[in-house]
Design a protein around this ligand. Structure first.
Ligand code: CP3
Length: 344
């Protein structure tokens, strides 16, 4: 039996239909998610394998997407090792005592199996359920720079002033921090794959805050090392960030099988910059005007994707909470019916 279309597209192979899934598909845009989630911290929901597995499966059932993404978060391993992380609704990760000095390196020990046993258990539950329809599960981790930005800034930022100050004022300390994050990310991804994840995505969501020089000096090598640290597992790797148009060639040189392209870059231009399969890149905002508008926007992406094998349809960033699920249902349908990339 051949592999699922999502995995084949990641490898640049031909497919029966163009695969599609949505970043943040498991989340607040789904009424069934809001009903299940209640009001506790997302970290509590993630710590409950039966609940986290059910939330992971909800969008697969509703949308018929070609891959599931684990219901988890990029800060989960740091919460697990006791770094002191909370995720504040409507805001994002907040750190009790941000990373500031050499002494803080000791707070970033390597992961053990026990630290993330709940995540491994969620993966096993999801994979057992998805096996019926042979839908692959994508595991994920935060890329070192994006995680560093949270740990150093202490809260979501648009400026990145604290983390950039550390980078430039004490590059040795910043490198040492990134080194710890490389090991933790590798440990987190390897455990998800060991439990049954069939692809992994590295979210470098905020890499677009860096200049080319900064990316090259501080982020490229740690990212490359995370990807190299899972290469022996044989699962496709995807690297994604937002506002990364000027960095795409550098990011691709870190070695992912697939590059995520955000909506600021035309998909065909992005593909030329990265020279490998691409994932993306429908503007999430264009899914807010109802199904007809979303379908029109999806057709524009499909036109840019053309016929060449190696396109995984996705949004250019996560599903916005206000999105009507009917719009995403319509997008899945048009991608499956009309996408031509690699369809023989
Ligand atoms: O379908 C999925 O993609 C769900 C799994 C998922 C979550 N977080 C669940 C979540 C994934 C892949 C993430 C990754 C993540 N977390 C990233 C990278 C992806 C991206 O969007 O760039 C980042 C930067 C984070 C950090 C984080 N966690 C943020 C910025 C927020 C949003 C805060 C808010 O409420 O607006 C979170 C919380 C979070 N993680 C939610 C979900 C569904 C929403 C809060 C909730 O439902 O309680």
């Amino acid at each position: 039996m051949s592999e699922p279309v999502f995995l084949r597209a990641c490898r640049g192979q031909s497919v029966e239909h163009v695969p599609v899934w949505f970043m943040r598909q498991a989340g607040r845009s789904l009424p069934e998610y809001r009903a299940l989630r209640g009001t506790g911290s997302i970290l509590e929901a993630i710590a409950d394998p039966a609940l986290a597995a059910e939330i992971t499966l909800q969008p697969v059932r509703r949308y018929g997407v070609d891959a599931a993404i684990l219901f988890s978060d990029i800060v989960v391993p740091y919460h697990a090792i006791g770094f002191g992380v909370d995720v504040v609704p409507g805001r994002g990760p907040v750190i009790e005592r941000p990373f500031a000095t050499r002494a803080d390196l000791a707070r970033l020990r390597e992961l053990s199996d026990a630290d993330v046993i709940h995540v491994s258990e969620t993966v096993r539950l999801v994979v057992a359920e998805l096996a019926r329809n042979d839908v692959p599960l994508i595991g994920f981790a935060g890329a070192p720079f994006t995680v560093a930005s949270y740990l150093v800034e202490g809260a979501p930022t648009r400026v990145f002033g604290v983390v950039k100050s550390m980078m430039h004022a004490d590059p040795a300390l910043f490198d040492a921090l990134m080194e710890r994050l490389v090991h933790i990310s590798i440990g987190f991804l390897r455990r998800q794959v060991a439990a049954g994840a069939r692809a992994v995505q590295l979210f470098d969501s905020w890499a677009g805050a860096l200049t080319r020089d900064e990316y090259q000096r501080f982020a490229l090598e740690p990212t490359r090392r995370v990807l190299a640290g899972v290469a022996d597992l044989g699962v496709p790797t995807i690297l994604f960030g937002v506002g990364t148009g000027e960095l795409l060639d550098l990011m691709a040189s870190s070695g992912p099988d697939v590059m995520g392209i955000d909506w600021h870059v035309d998909l065909d231009a992005g593909r030329r910059r990265v020279g490998r399969p691409v994932q993306g890149n429908l503007d999430p905002a264009r899914c807010l005007g109802g199904p007809a508008g979303a379908v029109e926007a999806a057709r524009e992406v499909l036109a840019r994707a053309g016929h060449e094998a190696g396109h995984i349809f996705n949004l250019g960033h996560g599903v916005l909470p206000q999105t009507d699920p009917a719009s995403l249902e319509a997008v899945v349908r048009v991608v499956h019916d009309e996408g031509l990339a690699g369809v023989s």
